[in-house]
Design a binder for this molecule. Sequence first.
Ligand code: 5GP
Length: 237
Amino acid sequence: MQKQQQLYKGKAKTVYATDDADYVIMHFRDDASAFNGQRIEQLERKGRVNNRFNAFIMQKLAEAGVETHFERELAHDEVLVKRLDMIPVECVIRNYAAGGIVKRLGLEEGQTLTPPTFELFYKDDGLGDPLVNESLAISLGWATQAQLDEMKALTYRVNAVLSKLFDDAGLMLVDFKLEFGEFHGRMVLGDEFSPDGCRIWDKQTKKKLDKDRFRQSLGDVVEGYEEVAKRLGIALD
Ligand code: 5GP
């Protein structure tokens, strides 16, 4: 697969075209950003750790019957994925209150949300990814009701699979964000699943092992990601 021109540069990943119109290459960079890109730092090894982490999770999800864009790892920080027609909303599941919902509603951090809460955000950096609802997403043509139904069902399915995986490793999957797109008319999980886009706490101590270590300047950010990887049995080189 031949790497071609850069298509898109996000806050932590760069996407390149390939000689096959159905596939693109994602490069995981070491950049970490917070507060909508206002704070950007380089964190050594983050790109390769997230690439391995994402590959492991995507393979687990595929085994559980969730179709993902993951094809194969090409290098320590690069992966070959299907080229999706992305739906511009982020699907978030919250098992416990943290982050945005704590600020918005004044909840206690760690409060259990039963059943887990599903939220939609409009993917727009300029607007700071605002919270939206299904009605608006349909009115503005971002997705159809059928697409939203499928994305929501898949997000809950991912939650069931990953909550168990993390729980078995002594970890709490507090919340996470997914992005979907269409591939030849099928709804497919895209983007990435890594500690950059979810919250993971140690079950006993409630120690934060995800990107909140960066957002809240707790230190040892990549070390937190590596700790989770180790507990899940992910081989890091
Ligand atoms: P919150 O709304 O609490 O800020 O985020 C909820 C969950 O979605 C967290 O796990 C957070 O990491 C993830 N998330 C929300 N927006 C983004 C985003 O723009 N990029 C990434 N990587 N993760 C996000």
